[in-house]
Design a protein around this ligand. Structure first.
Ligand SMILES: [Zn+2]
Length: 69
């Protein structure tokens, strides 16, 4: 498996490839690119969380933040 994941900000509008929800600026989404199949997917925050692409972490000040892998 060779997936590349990037956390991006929606520009304009786009649909989540998992639940079909319309995402609008300035929501965050996960852009997932599969090297082997060349397939691109975009997932809303909720689906990203369910799929494990969005993880809770603590930043250097001890605040809880969510970041994409
Ligand atoms: Zn979704």
């Amino acid at each position: 498996m060779a997936e590349k994941i990037a956390g991006l900000i929606v520009t304009g509008e786009m649909n989540c490839d998992s639940c079909g929800k319309t995402m609008r600026h300035p929501e965050r989404y996960a852009y997932v690119y599969d090297d082997e199949s060349g397939k691109e997917s975009r997932f809303c925050e909720k689906c990203s969380r369910e799929k494990g692409y969005l993880k809770k972490r603590k930043n250097e000040r001890g605040e809880e933040i969510e970041t994409f892998l």
